[in-house]
Design a protein around this ligand. Structure first.
Ligand code: GRF
Length: 203
């Protein structure tokens, strides 16, 4: 039986595409792709792959909590076991996070806890880091602060071209996020009962 996931996007959707190309239709099934932006390129990618889509722009609701209830209802109606934030650029309300405990993951383009929040690649680059990387983590109520599932680092080339760095980061993301989803789908990821920060990977 395949493991149903929903992916949430706000923009380009290259991480969604990586999931479509690598895990979708294997032991994992992407049962829906949602967005806060009705015109997100990620939604087009999902439709092209024959995956159901829905848009939940905040302006259609009284506020974020109401929007997040509708989003959560949609996710539950699809029977998703995991919510993957793949470039979803809005904070989700605490009630939404609590509705899916250790069932939401995010991909972030730095080695957390360094450079959380937005424009993180630029933040790291402008700081002058010599090692960069990618994090996949569970989502808690903070900003990029949940328990870390996987990280991968690389040394920066002696290049001051941020485009080179961004390209390498995206390549790593497209490998690391599907790997994390596969591990979760395979039941190989859990939180240490005695330490809520520690993610146990049973590969
Ligand atoms: C990625 O860099 C991801 O780490 C960050 O947002 C970006 C989304 O890119 N959270 P894409 O929409 O998947 O191409």
């Amino acid at each position: 039986m395949s493991f149903p996931i929903v992916v949430l996007v706000s923009g380009e959707g290259s991480n969604l595409q990586a999931l479509v190309d690598t895990v979708h239709g294997t032991e994992v099934e992407i049962v829906g792709v949602g967005s806060n932006k009705p015109d997100a390129r990620g939604l087009e990618r999902a439709r092209a792959a024959g995956i159901q889509t829905a848009a939940f722009p905040k302006r259609d609701y009284a506020g974020r909590p109401e929007r997040d209830v509708a989003l959560g209802d949609w996710i539950e109606s699809l029977g998703a076991e995991l919510v993957v934030l793949a470039g979803f650029m809005e904070i989700l309300s605490p009630d939404f996070i609590q509705r899916f405990p250790t069932r939401i993951v995010n991909v972030h383009p730095t080695l957390l806890p360094a450079f959380a929040g937005i424009h993180s690649i630029e933040q790291a680059f402008n700081y002058g880091v010599k090692v960069a990387g990618v994090t996949v983590h569970f989502v808690d109520e903070g900003v990029d602060s949940g328990p870390i599932i996987l990280q991968q680092a690389f040394e920066l080339p002696y290049s001051r071209d941020i485009a080179v760095v961004e390209q390498r980061i995206h390549e790593i993301e497209h490998e690391l996020l599907p790997r994390a989803v596969r591990l979760i789908a395979g039941g190989k990821v859990s939180i240490d009962p005695s330490d809520p920060r520690w993610v146990v990977i049973d590969e």
